[in-house]
Design a protein around this ligand. Structure first.
Ligand SMILES: *Cc1c(COP(=O)(O)O)cnc(C)c1O
Length: 385
């Protein structure tokens, strides 16, 4: 794809920094690509709202008939307000509070993706009290190592996510006894930022075995949900969009679907990461012992991924053309982990320069916080400026 995000610098100079800048042209291209590929395979997309829940972005998802993958009652509310039909909303998460379960039942969402026997019993009871039948998918822990950062791995044994094999018998028994639950399918989500295709092949093989195990016990899933997790290339912000064709093709070749079974996906990052950039201004340049610090007006409060997961983001100086040197790029927050990158080579950088932290559209703005009593970061879209 020969498309490169354009930064309107004359406009940026006049805007208050820091802010998130979303390239809607790139987002549209990405969403059209995934929609077209998914439709051609007959797969269904539920966008994972937690990656980015801005109204403009959600509308583009709704326009393409994507469903919504929510992990809180607040996200269910946002999804409904944004126009996702309730039959396209699924609800995952290890700790669903009673009010969140009630909200989901009231709205008639498509599925509660359940993570424990106790949760099944609680949902059953709340559904009974409300005179409803709760659609249930079982979030299975398939014991697959996603080979990604350990903070974003969710499918290995000692993880809080998903139902472990030693609990499956009890789950089957519980579903046999609970009258207000309706079994719909099996759900898998093994982690995020997965770039090794072999991991998805291994997941397919495990899903095949697990589907068989449940089918033998009279629980035949209609929906198989392979979760999200498709990784992107943070080192090449202007590179091609994720290869959805290759991704779906792994599942087409390696997953056994029987007649009537639907395959669902829940991408988050792969859809929205590339279109977002955090734009910040340099406040100060400070000499360290062996390094120079470029101190920005954006910090971990606006983008916490580097501090939280040692995540890499490509950093660019948009306004300097001086000879390059190396900088530690840090924020203003009172934490030593408030650092976007160490020994980053940039053109000679000075107070007032505009800095772009690229590929920040996913888990950037949604994870922003008010630490140090900072205010919510601003947002601009490419068609507004
Ligand atoms: C976070 C999450 C996703 C999306 O993950 P990405 O890595 O952003 O694609 C999908 N499903 C569930 C259940 C999640 O928690």
């Amino acid at each position: 794809m020969d498309y490169k995000t354009h930064f309107p610098l004359d406009r940026f100079q006049k805007l208050e920094t820091p802010f998130y800048y979303y390239d809607l042209e790139l987002l549209t291209r990405t969403l059209d690509a995934v929609a077209q590929k998914a439709n051609s395979y007959g797969y269904r997309i539920h966008y994972a709202l937690k990656a980015n829940a801005n109204g403009r972005i959600l509308k583009l998802m709704v326009d393409r008939n994507f469903g919504a993958d929510c992990v809180s009652g607040y996200e269910i509310k946002r999804a409904l307000e944004s126009g996702f039909p309730s039959e396209g909303i699924v609800f995952a998460g290890v700790g669903k509070a009673d009010w969140e379960i009630q909200l989901g039942l009231e709205a008639d969402i498509a599925s509660f993706n359940c993570e424990s026997v106790q949760e099944l019993r609680v949902i059953n009871q709340i559904a009974r009290e409300m005179g409803k039948k709760a659609p249930i998918s079982l979030r299975i822990n398939p014991h697959i190592d996603a080979r990604t950062h350990h903070y974003i791995t969710t499918g290995i044994e000692e993880n809080k996510f998903g139902i472990n094999p030693w609990e499956w018998e009890a789950v089957v028994e519980t579903l046999g006894e609970t009258e207000n639950l309706e079994f719909k399918g099996l759900h898998f989500h093994i982690g995020s930022q997965i770039t090794d295709k072999e991991v998805f092949k291994g997941l397919c093989a495990r899903i095949n075995e697990i589907v068989q195990w449940f089918t033998h016990r009279q629980l035949t899933p209609v929906i198989i949900n392979a979760g999200g997790g498709l990784g992107i290339d943070y080192t090449d912000p202007d590179g091609p969009i994720p290869d959805f064709e290759a991704y779906f093709d792994i599942f087409r070749r390696h997953l056994d679907l029987r007649g009537g079974q639907e395959l669902h996906f829940e991408p988050g990052r792969a859809l929205v990461a590339q279109c977002g950039t955090l734009i910040s201004k340099v406040l100060y340049i400070k000499d360290g012992v062996n390094t120079q610090f470029a101190i920005l007006d954006a910090g971990m409060t606006e983008l916490i991924r580097p501090a939280l997961y040692q995540a890499y983001h490509s950093i660019q100086n948009l306004t300097s053309s001086l000879p390059p040197r190396k900088y530690d790029i840090v924020g203003p927050i009172c934490e030593s982990s408030d650092c976007f990158g160490k020994a980053v080579e940039l053109p000679g950088t000075q107070r007032g320069d505009l800095i772009a932290i690229r590929t920040a559209g996913a888990y950037g703005e949604t994870m922003s916080s008010g630490y140090n009593l900072r205010e919510k970061v601003n947002t601009w879209y490419s068609d507004e400026i």
